[in-house]
Design a protein around this ligand. Structure first.
Ligand code: F6P
Length: 329
């Protein structure tokens, strides 16, 4: 069936690159003569019928903007089966021939649940600064968050060096250390703590003492927020074991904002266009689009739920080899 009109929404935590992806969906659809309804506030907008019709003009000048023009929400009510059913019914009443969901792992699970009760075909585009969605090497937003954190740490280094202090810098990433590992490698951190490796304060203290014996009088420890107690707990424990002035800087939500990097603008444009192409080609199950080793891939979204996210083991090993220690080694 030829598409006449589709819906697009952004769901879950925001990140840089969402607007670039919406723009790509709208422009690809426009070129094919297909209309687009923007659904505001993620899945919640389906239930509330909160619709913003989008055309080529309405997405001009947004590729460089962080956040999301469509707004977003974590519609946690979708974990309840009855809300899934009512949302699926509302989706089928919207008058769209397909839905493109730009979201993270929670939105991915919700898309699968909805597709079990709705006749509207769904294509899922991965975005998250945590880069913890299986089936793609990179999700939209990750590269921008890495760059934001690295830029912040470059600045923290100046003050760390001037005062000869140790800084425990906490980065986001939820339960995974992929963001922290990439940030640590790119910022030349002396130590990185990630949830995947047990945290051993003793080992970190010895590493810092070794650094100091070699004449290094300031250090950066990148701590993933998923480590128990985060940077604050680590700093507290370290102060008992090392004679240095240990300070904490939690980067927090700044990692989710700001203009997307060129990498994210390109990835978002590619995945948005690919999602439209997949939808217009016709699908018989919910589909996820992604990139593996730079190549476009599609998965049955139900199977993608069970694919482990990229472990970035080589990146983690290289980080260890070049500059620092992993907590626990
Ligand atoms: O998933 C993205 C993320 O920024 C995580 O890194 C962080 O743990 C979480 O969202 C914060 O969520 P919220 O926006 O609900 O506070």
């Amino acid at each position: 069936m030829a598409l006449k009109q589709i819906g697009v929404l952004t769901s879950g935590g925001d990140c840089p690159g969402l607007n670039a992806c919406v723009r790509a969906v709208v422009r690809s659809a426009g070129a094919a003569g297909v209309g687009v309804l923007g659904i505001r506030y993620g899945y919640r907008g389906i239930v509330d019928n909160d619709i913003l019709p989008l055309d080529d003009r309405s997405v001009s000048g947004i590729i460089q903007l962080g956040g999301t023009k469509l707004r977003t929400s974590r519609f946690l009510e979708l974990r309840q089966p009855e809300v899934v059913q009512s949302t699926a019914a509302a989706l089928d009443r919207l008058g769209v021939d397909g839905l493109i969901v730009i979201g993270g792992d929670g939105s991915q699970r919700a898309a699968v649940a909805l597709s079990e009760h709705s006749r509207t075909p769904i294509v899922f585009v991965p975005k998250t600064i945590d880069n913890d969605v299986g089936g793609t090497d990179y999700a939209i937003g990750f590269d921008s968050a890495v760059n934001t954190a690295v830029e912040a740490i470059d600045k923290i280094r100046d003050t760390a060096l001037s005062h000869e202090r140790v800084f425990a810098v906490e980065v986001m990433g939820r339960g995974r250390g992929i963001l922290a590992s990439a940030v640590a490698l790119a910022s030349g951190a002396e130590v990185v703590c990630i949830p995947e490796v047990p945290l051993e304060v003793e080992a970190i203290a010895s590493a810092l003492l070794r650094c100091s014996k070699k004449g290094k009088c300031s250090s950066i420890i990148v701590v993933a927020e998923g480590c128990p107690g985060g940077a604050n707990k680590l700093a507290e424990d370290l102060r008992q074991k090392v004679p240095f002035d240990v300070r904490v800087s939690v980067l927090g939500y700044m990692q989710r904002g700001g203009p997307p990097t060129a990498f994210d603008r390109i990835l978002a444009s590619e995945l948005g266009a690919q999602a439209f192409d997949v939808l217009s080609g016709g699908i018989s199950c919910p589909v996820m689009v992604g990139r593996i080793r730079g190549e476009p891939v599609t998965h049955d979204l139900r199977e993608a739920l069970h694919i482990e996210p990229h472990s970035f083991k080589e990146l983690r090993d290289l980080c260890h080899r070049l500059s620092g220690v992993w907590a626990g080694t």
